[in-house]
Design a protein around this ligand. Structure first.
Ligand code: SR1
Ligand code: MG
Length: 417
């Protein structure tokens, strides 16, 4: 419902938020506040509010998709699910999410920590900035949140209650189900692509093997309720400074397959890699940065495997793969074999999700600044063409189970590096 809800404006924000004790406590006197609207995402309003005593971010959902306008209504309840997900992420991976100071369900509004030293990771990658420990930190985040949100760790009743709760975020899942898995592979009205990609788009839309994989991945996303996902883990959902990495924006949170977040993240690193020839003018620096991006992509998966393994061995308190089941057979080798098999299944899914994410960011509605900021259309199309092909080959190769090194070798070959 939108009853009682009103979108904030720069004019109304001080008086309306001035009534919120948590905001006053952080900012000081509302009369001295300065606010600016900085939202550049597809869905919401985002304000930075600075006062005499500090600063906060105020994120408010709009009752429609900002990118498209009022013709596409979207429930305000996504703010509730974002808040619920932020609370869980803070518990499961302390320090990864921004701190929340206040949540107002009726106004679909979250007041949270202002990360003043941070920038959006995607911007940092476009500028060619290296962030120490980037891939490793994000791999740890995935392992901790995905493991601890699943039946590997939670009490079965709690996990089922969470599954039921997040089922309410159906409208956001619907966006993913259509925009990620279906629209890129058909002539959908909201699709767009760079001139010069017509033939490739047509070829991909006629590629029955790829369409089947995309639908297998949609099946997995819609039916494999393994864990609480971030649900939109791209490089626009990560903020970085020289010494800190945070994950923001989990409004697409839902129960789904573990490989989804991992695959999306890997896809966005690979798209940053593919976009490099369109950015830097110095080829030497650009190539070195592209190499660094691939190293960090590898680090996502190796950190994920390492942390998942540690948690499997030390925190496996849920109903799945119970330790006592394997101990009864006299050794822990059964559990270790099961862990390897589970990781292989997650990786197989991740490759499929990675491929479709790379396609939808080039052929669908929601594009990436990595490519969009390449002004020269021919150069942009060339970068995007390589990304389309990498996505296709990785998605189609998932049954052959190439490891991360082989997947990155594929990316290198297709990119001519
Ligand atoms: C209509 S929303 C388009 C995209 O923006 C969000 O960030 C999600 O990635 C979604 O698919
Ligand atoms: Mg977002």
């Amino acid at each position: 419902t939108t009853q009682g809800y009103a979108a904030l404006t720069l004019e109304t924000l001080p008086s309306r938020l001035g009534e919120v004790a948590a905001a006053r406590a952080r900012l000081g006197e509302p009369a001295a506040w300065r606010a600016r609207e900085v939202g550049d995402g597809n869905l919401n309003l985002v304000f930075i509010v600075e006062g005499p005593e500090g600063a906060v971010v105020v994120k408010q959902a709009l009752p429609y998709v900002r990118l498209v306008g009022e013709s596409w209504p979207l429930p305000l309840s996504r703010s509730f699910f974002e808040h619920e997900a932020l609370v869980r992420q803070a518990a499961r991976d302390p320090g990864a999410a921004p701190e929340v100071f206040h949540f107002d369900r009726e106004q679909a509004l979250i007041v949270m920590e202002f990360l003043d030293r941070h920038v959006i990771l995607r911007r940092a990658m476009i500028e060619g900035r290296r962030i120490a420990g980037l891939g490793r930190r994000l791999g740890l985040f995935c392992a901790r949140t995905l493991f601890r949100g699943s039946d590997l760790s939670m009490l079965a009743a709690d996990r089922k209650a969470d599954l039921a709760l997040f089922a309410g975020n159906a409208a956001l899942c619907d966006i993913t189900e259509n925009l990620v898995f279906s629209d890129p592979y058909r002539d959908a009205p909201m699709n767009r692509h760079t001139p010069g990609l017509d033939a490739l788009a047509a070829r991909l839309r006629g590629d029955m093997a790829m369409k089947r994989v995309a639908q297998h991945m949609k099946w997995a996303f819609a039916t494999q309720a393994e864990t609480l996902l971030h649900g939109d883990l791209h490089t626009g959902s990560v903020m970085v400074s020289d010494d800190d990495i945070r994950v923001i924006d989990p409004e697409f949170a839902t129960y789904g397959p573990m490989g989804f977040d991992v695959g999306m993240l890997v896809a966005n690193f690979l798209m940053a890699f593919c976009a490099q020839p369109g950015h830097a003018s110095d080829p030497g620096a650009r190539d070195a940065y592209a190499d660094w991006l691939l190293e960090e992509t590898a680090a996502i998966w190796s950190a994920f495997v390492g942390e998942f393994t540690r948690l499997w061995r030390t925190e496996r308190a849920g109903m799945l793969y119970e330790a006592r089941l394997f101990e009864a057979q006299g050794c822990g080798l059964g559990a270790e074999q099961a862990r390897l098999e589970r990781l292989a299944a997650i990786w197989r899914d991740a490759l499929g999700f990675c491929g479709v994410e790379m396609h939808r960011r080039i052929l669908g509605l929601a594009h990436n600044a990595d490519f969009e900021t390449i002004a020269d259309e021919a150069a942009r199309a060339a970068c995007e063409a390589r990304a389309l092909e990498i996505g296709r080959v990785l998605a189609l190769s998932r049954d052959a189970a190439p490891d991360m090194a082989a997947a990155l070798e594929t990316a290198r070959e297709i990119a001519g590096r």
